[in-house]
Design a binder for this molecule. Sequence first.
Ligand code: NOJ
Length: 620
Amino acid sequence: MNGLHHENGYLGKEPWWKDATFYQVYPASFKDSDGDGWGDIPGLISKIDYLHDLGVDVVWLSPVFESPQADMGYDVSDYQKIYAPYGTVEDVDALVEACHVRGMKLILDLVVNHTSIEHGWFKESRSSKTNPKRDWYIWKPARYNSEGQRIPPTNWRGYFAGPTWTWDEHTQEYYLHLYASEQPDLNWESEACREAIYDNTMRFWLERGVDGFRIDTVNKYSKRTEYVDASITDPSSTCQPAPEMWCNGPRIHEFIHEMRTKALEPYGAVSVGELSNTPHPSQVLPYVSSAARELDMVFEFSMIRLGTGGMFGPKYTYVPFTLPQMKAIVAKWQTFIEGTDGWTTVFCENHDNGRAVSRFGDCSTPELWQASAKTLALWQATLTGTLFLYQGQEIGMTNMPATWGIDKYKDVESLNFYAEAVASGDQKTIADTMHGLRILARDHSRIPFQWDDSPNAGFAEKGVKTWMQIHDEYRDINAAKQLVDQDSILNFYKRILQLRKKYKDLFVFGTFRLLQGEHKAIFSYVKESPHETSNSYPQTNGHSVNGHDGRKRAAVVVLNFSKDKQECLDVRDVFDCNDNDTIRLLVSTQHNEDDEGLTLGKNTSTPALQPWEGRVYVNF
Ligand code: NOJ
C-alpha cells in the first residue's frame, strides 16, 4: 500500500498524511492525450504509474473545473463540471480509481474565496440589488472625490496590480475582487453562501471519493467589515497594499472550523491550506493546531518568496538574498511546531513560483545543474513535515530560457505587472521587472512537462501547437533520459523518498537544529529522532548499531550550497562521539548506493564537500 497505512507506524498514532509524499500536478502542462496541446485528465492517468514508481502517495490536482481560464482555472464557473479540454467528471472518477488501486490518494484544489464572474451565483448576484444572492458577494457603493469623480470604496491594491474593486454599470455598485476582476470574492459572512459552498464544492467531490483538498487562499474568507482605506505606503499609486484589511480577518478561525466540522471531517478529508501574508508562528499555529480542528496543514511562504520584492507593487523587482537569510527562515519554520500539536509542510516549488534549481541551485553548467538539483532534493527530503513536490522538480526542470521575451509569458499576474511597468514609462522599471520575471514568474513552472526527447517533449504529439512553448532544453532534461540513468536526479529522488519513509522518525518527525547559521555556503543541521539508537528500528543491512545505546538516533545533514569545494564541519564532533562510536554515511548526492555505509571512524576527519554536494550522516 505504498506506505500510506501505518497501523503500526510511527508512534502508532500519527495520521497517514504526515509521512505521505504529495505531488502537485498542473494539469494543463502535465500530459496531453488528445492532441489539443493542453494537458488533460486521461493524460495524467496514463502517467500514474510514473508517479507511483517515483514514490508519490498523494496527487494534488490543480483546478480542472469549468472555468473561463482568466487565472488558469482559479476562476471557477461551475464546481461540479470539468473544463472540457481537461475531460469529464467521469474522468475524475477514473483518476480517483487509478490512484486508489495503487494505494495512492487524490486531492483537488478548492477555490472558494472567489468564483468566476461566469459562475451562476455571481450572475444572479449582479442581476439586481434585491436578488437573494446579492449578499453572496461583496458589493459597495461608489465614493466621489473632491472633483466629483467616482472612485472605488477603498484604496486597496489587488494581487494582480490595480484596484480590488470593479464598477458594475447595471446595478451601479462596485464588487470586491482580491485577484483579477474576473474573480469576485464570495461573501463568507452570509451563512447561506457558506452552506452552498460546503455542499456544492466539498461534499460533492468527497462523495465521489476524492480524499481531500488543497485549499486556495484559505485565510482570506474573513475580511474586516469596516471597508476603510489602507494607509498610504506607495505614494506613487492610487492603490495601496492592504492585507491587514482582508487577510486573517476577525471571523477566519470560526469559518475554517465550521468548514472543517461540517464538510471535511465527516469524510475524513485531508486539508492543506494556502496561508499567505502570515509570517509569524503565533499566527500560523491556531490554523494547524490539531486541537483547534481547523486545517491539517498549511503552506507558509516565507522561504519560497525569497528574492521577491514583496507581494504587491515591487514583487518582481528582484532582491538578492544570502544563504544565512534562507537558513534562518527554514529554521524558524522547521522548529515552530516543536512542543505543540501543530504540523508543518516542506516544499520549494509550486505553480506560483520559478523553478527551485534556477532560484536556489546553479544551472550554469550541466554538472552543477545536476549536482545542485540533487542537493536541493536531499535538503527537502530530510526536513520535518509533510513533503510536497511539484511536477518536474524530480527531473530538475529549470526556468524558461532567459532569451525568451514577454510574448512567451501567459500568466495574468506576469502580464499585468509588466504592463504596469510599461505604463510607468520608466526604462529601468521595465528592465527590472523583466529581470524579476525571468527569475520569479509563475510561468516558469507552468510550461509543459518534459517527458522525452521527441518533438513536443512527449507532452503532446508531434506537430501539435502546445499552449505554452516547450523548453529549449527538453532533449537534455527529460524524464525518459533520467529513468535509465542511475545517476540522474530522478533516480536520486526515488532513492531518498524511500529513505525518508524508512527513517521517518528522523526525517519526517524529527526535531531540527541549525548548525553554522552564518556560514555563507554550507547549510547544515541536525535531525533528532524521538527514538533511541538502541531502539529496534530497522537497521540498514550489514551495519551494526554503534555503542550509543540510550542516545537519540540522529542525522547530521551537510549541504554545500556553492560551486566551490568547502571544508566540512567535523561531523563526529557534532555527534559528540566517543572513540568507539561509528558514524555512518547514509547517503551522499555524489556516491551511488554501493558506496554508502562508509563510516567515519575514530580520528577520521570529515571529508571536504565537493561543489554542491550533500550528505547525511547517522549515528546508528
Ligand atoms: C493562489 C493560487 O495558487 C494562484 O495560482 C491563484 O492565482 C490565486 N490563489 C487566486 O486563486
